[in-house]
Design a protein around this ligand. Sequence first.
Ligand SMILES: Nc1ncnc2c1ncn2[C@@H]1O[C@H](COP(=O)(O)OP(=O)(O)OP(=O)(O)O)[C@@H](O)[C@H]1O
Ligand SMILES: [Mg+2]
Length: 382
Amino acid sequence: MTYSLEKCKVLIVDDEPQMCRGIRKILDNFRVVVEDTASEVFFEADCAVAKDEFFELIERQDYGIILLDYKMPDVSGLELLEHIVSRNKNTLVIMITAYATFETAVQSTKLGAYDFLAKPFNPDELRNSLKKAVTRFMLSRKAQEFEEEKKKIRFQFISVLSHELKAPLNAIEGYLDIMQNRFDSISRDDFNLMLNRSKIRLDGMRKLIFDLLDLTRIESGEKKRNPELLDLSKIAASSIEMFSEDARKRNIKLSLNAEVPGEIIADRAEIEIIFNNLISNAIKYNKDNGFVRLKIAQHRDKIRIIAADSGIGMSFEEKARLFKEFSRIKNEKTAHILGSGLGLFTLNKIVKFYDGDIKVKSLPGKGTVFAITFAEGVLYDN
Ligand SMILES: Nc1ncnc2c1ncn2[C@@H]1O[C@H](COP(=O)(O)OP(=O)(O)OP(=O)(O)O)[C@@H](O)[C@H]1O
Ligand SMILES: [Mg+2]
């Protein structure tokens, strides 16, 4: 495992300068490995021997850990403790005192101190206390970073989503305006054209909403999974049946070659989403008179689904962002094709849930092959 090197700023608040120096020296050569965050932490310490110095330093920067003397000549340690806690809840305070009584311990803990160290203490006692504190500090820092990242992703997601919903709304509103304002002057054909286009945009919105529901159910973990023994070739066949009309309209030949039945223990609805997305894409991004070939095969001791099409294909760069949410390849060939860009994002989530693997090969103008191999939850058929 590789560890990232992280710094933890420590402030030592003690009116005895030799105490400060002593602690600092111990910290200089001390490192703590925090397994859960895969980090190795080193310490950088500042000293404050008086109240003014303390306030100056604490205003200037955030400390991970503060070693705080309970009794300072010009101020009470508890007063400083209150100040630290109200300022930054993530800072962990270790109280140091020569008068370690039960009452002082209770009082400081109530005010938010993390730990308590009684003077005199030896270097190992100090290291143990710091190790505990820094582990806690790193864990809460990671949790905070994770929360922030989550917020950012959520914000981006909602921004793109509202854009995706606004675009068809604007289009439909535009058609309605024309139909209302120019009711007398537009032809019957134009009228029908605008109605049909509005219906297509509405269909797109409905699909986006259903895709979102699928996705949220999968992501939230709220969706109840019903693992059962499934026959992939049967699900593939019914998915092909579902898209046969779309394919027929463009004279695209759909075929299924089930080399093995492909038995797998999984949730039926999720496997259906996988097939539906693969087939829907293979038809949508195909050429008229093309083909879509679906295969269920055995790959070593695993089951593999292969979807090959004779479609428009994609470049290497386009392929790289295929599984991102709302990712759609925009060019003159795809401009007229509707979609939300959530299909493969959802598919990828499901495949990852089953510890599966997805490989994509594509040649612009020639076609694309998706190969999904399931690692777990699979029963092989010999
Ligand atoms: N078989 C394929 N051949 C060529 N391009 C494809 C293929 N499958 C996907 N793509 C490209 O990847 C993009 C993302 O696919 P994805 O299925 O996630 O979204 P979508 O089809 O646009 O919308 P939807 O959410 O309705 O499925 C598509 O917009 C398309 O540009
Ligand atoms: Mg799709």
